[in-house]
Design a binder for this molecule. Structure first.
Ligand code: AMP
Length: 281
């Protein structure tokens, strides 16, 4: 596996593969890799001859009071896991390589509407930061295909819309959320949880499952959104939102919608957890 930190070196390596007619897959990450990330890498290997994994803790997507400095950085371990899987390139640029003119002066990519709701309402500017860095990574790597987790469902839709709106010739593949045995979605932020809060954490997934069952039994979405908030409080969370939306657009549910998604964000202590569950009705 090649460990590359500079865009010029990345480009020359990939150019040779592209010239040889090989397909390139990209898996963007912020590192601290877990089984969810590794499942994306393995799926990428099924899609392309060459797999590039990026590790970049993107300052542009963190708010002023968020966990940029505390975000877990475990580069050595990540590198070993990727090498063991047979990943071709680990691209881990320093911040200066990605934002040489500074973050304030950086040209931005904004996907309107989708970026301002749900997590975007709670984290202003977050999805502009995500869309901007993913667009830059797409231009650096120019992959045929890029893979993302459904764990970050809103992020996946933002990226799909960006790719469609900017006519980027890249296939976007979304993969199911990888979970712990008790249902908790794997996340780099789970490491922040105290033992006590880790014991409570699967309550988020359990709440999504309860909402899903009630939706399928015909309870109206708006009623369930309201009921889920006290249920999460009872389970020890400080809820941010619970929303039932159209899975294709994240718009409020219409009676004719059959593909739905339940999305939730809630705090345990200072740790913000997100999860979602697809529902067909
Ligand atoms: P992150 O490092 O958190 O930015 O995540 C990098 C990629 O891994 C994103 O596409 C995430 O959606 C995906 N991902 C994170 N957690 C999971 C999980 N539990 N299952 C599947 N994919 C995940």
């Amino acid at each position: 596996m090649h460990h590359i930190t500079q865009i010029a070196e990345l480009r020359s390596k990939i150019a040779k593969w592209r010239f040889a007619g090989e397909r390139i897959a990209l898996v963007p990450t912020m590192g601290n890799l877990h089984r969810g990330h590794l499942a994306l890498v393995q799926a990428a290997q099924q899609q392309a001859q060459r797999v590039v994994v990026s590790i970049f803790v993107n300052p542009l997507q963190f708010g002023a009071n968020e966990d940029l400095d505390a975000y877990p950085r475990t580069f050595e371990q990540d590198q070993q896991q990727l090498a063991a899987l047979g990943c071709d390139v680990l691209f881990a640029p320093p911040v200066f390589e990605v934002y040489p003119h500074g973050q304030t002066a950086q040209t931005r990519v904004e996907v309107p509407e989708l970026s301002d709701i749900l997590c975007g309402a709670s984290r202003p500017g977050h999805f502009v930061g995500v869309a901007t860095v993913v667009c830059k990574l797409f231009n650096m790597v120019q992959p045929n295909v890029a893979l993302f987790g459904e764990k970050d469902f809103q992020q996946l839709l933002v990226i799909r819309r960006m790719v469609a709106d900017l006519n980027l010739p890249i296939d976007i593949i979304g993969l199911p959320t990888v979970r712990e045995a008790d249902g908790l979605a794997l996340s780099s932020r789970n490491g922040y949880l105290s033992t006590e809060d880790r014991g409570r954490a699967s309550g988020l997934y359990q709440t999504l499952c309860s909402v899903s069952r009630a939706l399928q039994a015909g309870t109206p979405a708006a009623e369930l959104e309201q009921l889920a908030i006290p249920a999460l409080r009872l389970a020890g969370f400080q809820p941010d939102y619970v929303a039932v939306r159209s899975a294709a657009t994240l718009a409020p549910v219409m009676p004719s919608d059959t593909e739905l998604v339940i999305l939730a964000a809630a705090y345990l202590g200072h740790t913000r957890l997100i999860d979602n569950l697809r529902v067909r009705r």
